[in-house]
Design a protein. Structure first.
Lengths: 131, 494
């Protein structure tokens, strides 16, 4: 049984994971930069383990209140995705990002991330406000 | 990925070397964007990427070649911006290197959940096309969030501050002509400013000429690329817009314009396609023309696609003159191909190219002759670097003054006058001098000069803000002090 996944309470980043019977979710609030990399890597490791243990079909990552993730931390998501890609097809699960389309960095960052594995990454964007 | 029939050992060796190269490229990129990398980091970055591209081509990793080519395009522009880049650029490079890692590791028959190579290339192309409007990092590492800051304005202010500092050094150097250090400092500052404000166009054209031949080789086509250009410099923003236009135009010419050798033979054309890139420089504008001798635009196909995409009504499209129908290629969302190709991809459209050119007050037009090729003409105004001036000798040997021709200048036989060199704390020299009246909008100032004026065109090499009394310009490659009467003469003259 997976232990509870510790939250991150860094200077600018708050992140928490929720684990259900067959569901796993992560919510990031604030900004993730190079200082947040290690704790974020550790959290995503545990999230991956929890998803496998529960045979979760997907992990939901809520970035709607996330103001910024720099390129180094986006790399942490790529590494996570690579680990899913390395699994046998039947064990691969999907990552569904809840994003805020008004944040340009999310469109660019998640857009490039989804190109790594369009079948594994899904982006649900809150619609952009009309100009 | 199509791995050719190569010994597994060779492919394994490529994989191991490529991963090491990517690691080194990543370190060099990080150092350069954090402003901590010197020439060595830049050499590593460019050399490793170039070698990776070459090795990938040898072992048939075509998708790796495509990504490395695009990243080289990004590095080329980032280098010009001294690696002070927008976060978006950092994202596509960092993710691009991760993408390369994935492609290098990927083995035939494994499921990666759908790699979207074209989608990724489109992100890189978008970032390249948006570069002129992207806020740059004002200072500090790229890892610091700078989204939302008006970097373009900051860059201009930085230039003006540097211009002010350089003008001060120039004035000190002419006040103390025996101080060689001051002269060296001025020369260095002037050179740095020249690089910041205006860059040579020719290296960019040569780079695209070489890239066009590489692309043609990958497509099994032979293309000659001729570049004709005088030594022209343009603002960095203009060069970035031109970069986006060339990226699109040349890839399209090679991928879709130039026909395969067999088809060219059947059409009575030489087997080798031709692309000419020509730059002409006029007083008020610079024009870049790209001509290919390919098949030209299929105008009927453009009409059909415009209708299919809902960009024009069928009856309107049908009735359009050929030139108007060709204009449809600039419509947002327009693409003549139903599926993307790996080279031209489904990246930036011509609407984005036109938008980036219009942002720097330029224009782009396309002409096509069926079966004979396409001509793309891009025109940029010479944005404020050249100004018309009255040139006149100062009272000091070797120091030339200039006044904007928006002010009139005439002899004055009598009355008080001031020497601008005294006002600038350079120190006037005794000797023959002549009094002149500088006038505009009813305001007059009298000044001493060393001889009669003549009209000339000056080039701004060291721009300062309008409130600063002077800046250094060049007239026929000779430095001159451009005076701003409003600022230098604090009190109305006689």
């Amino acid at each position: 049984m997976t232990q509870e996944i510790p939250s991150i309470h860094a200077d600018d980043l708050h992140a928490e994971a929720t684990v259900g019977e067959r569901t796993v979710g992560v919510r990031l609030v604030g900004s993730a930069d190079t200082r947040s990399m290690k704790p974020l890597d550790a959290m995503l490791d545990r999230v991956h383990a929890a998803a496998l243990e529960r045979s979760a079909p997907e992990v939901v990552v809520d970035l709607r209140q996330c103001d910024f993730i720099n390129s180094s931390c986006l790399k942490s998501f790529v590494v996570w995705l690579n680990r899913i890609q390395d699994l046998p097809t039947e064990q691969q699960y999907k990552i569904r990002f809840l994003s805020d389309d008004r944040k340009h960095w999310q469109r660019r960052g998640l857009g490039t991330l989804s190109c790594f594995a369009v079948e594994l990454v899904r982006i649900e964007a809150e619609p952009r406000e009309r100009a | 990925m199509n791995e050719p029939d190569l010994p597994a050992q060779l492919v394994a060796r490529f994989r191991a070397a490529a991963l090491e190269r990517i690691e080194r490229i990543e370190s060099a990129w990080l150092a350069l964007t954090q402003q901590m990398g010197g020439d060595e980091a830049e050499r590593d970055l460019l050399h490793d990427m170039h070698t990776l591209k070459g090795e990938a081509r040898v072992v048939g990793f075509a998708d790796v070649v495509l990504i490395t080519q695009r990243l080289e395009d990004v590095f080329f522009v980032a280098r010009r911006h001294r690696y002070r880049i927008h976060e978006d650029v950092d994202v596509v490079v960092t993710m691009g290197l991760q993408f390369l890692r994935m492609l290098v590791r990927k083995r035939a028959g494994t499921s990666h959940g759908g790699i979207d190579l074209n989608g990724f290339l489109a992100h890189i192309d978008e970032v390249l096309s948006e570069w002129p409007r992207q806020p740059e990092m004002a200072e500090g590492p790229a890892s610091t969030a700078s989204v939302g800051s008006d970097g373009a304005g900051v860059a201009q202010q930085t230039r003006l501050r540097l211009g002010l500092a350089a003008t001060d050094v120039y004035l000190s150097s002419i006040a103390s002509p025996s101080d060689a250090r001051l002269r060296r400092a001025w020369t260095l500052l002037a050179s740095e400013l020249a690089d910041l404000t205006a860059v040579q166009i020719l290296p960019l054209l040569r780079r695209y000429a070489s890239a066009a031949k590489d692309l043609a080789g990958e497509l099994g086509k032979a293309v000659e690329v001729a570049v004709t250009s005088p030594d022209v410099r343009v603002e960095t923003e203009v060069l970035d817009a031109l970069n986006a236009a060339l990226l699109h135009t040349i890839r399209n010419a090679v991928d879709h314009g130039i026909e395969p050798a067999q088809m060219r033979h059947a059409r009575g054309k030489p087997p080798r396609g031709s692309i000419e890139i020509e730059v002409s420089s006029r007083d008020d504008a610079i024009e870049v023309t790209i001509r290919d001798d390919g098949g030209g635009i299929d105008v009927e196909r453009v009409r059909e696609r415009a209708v299919a995409l809902g960009l024009a009504r069928a009856d309107v499209a049908k009735a359009m003159a050929v030139d108007d129908a060709i204009e449809l290629v600039f419509a947002p969302g327009m693409t003549v191909r139903e599926s993307a190709s790996a080279i031209s991809g489904r990246g930036i459209g011509l609407d984005a190219v036109r938008a980036s050119i219009e942002r720097v007050h330029g224009s782009i037009r396309i002409a096509s002759q069926d079966g004979r090729g396409v001509t793309v003409s891009i025109r940029f105004p010479r944005a404020g670097r050249a100004i018309e001036v009255h040139r006149l000798p100062s009272t000091r040997q070797g120091v030339v003054l200039a006044l904007p021709t928006t002010w009139t200048l005439r002899d004055a036989d009598a009355g008080a006058a001031v020497d601008p060199l005294d006002l600038l704390a350079v120190g006037a020299a005794p000797g023959p001098r002549q009094r002149y009246l500088v006038a505009r909008d009813g305001v007059e100032h009298a000044l001493w000069a060393g001889g009669p004026p003549s009209r000339a065109t000056a080039v701004r090499i060291c721009p300062t803000a309008p409130s600063v009394p002077a800046e250094v310009v060049e007239i026929d490659s000779v430095e001159a002090l451009l005076l701003r009467p409003d600022a230098i003469f604090k009190t109305p003259g006689p």
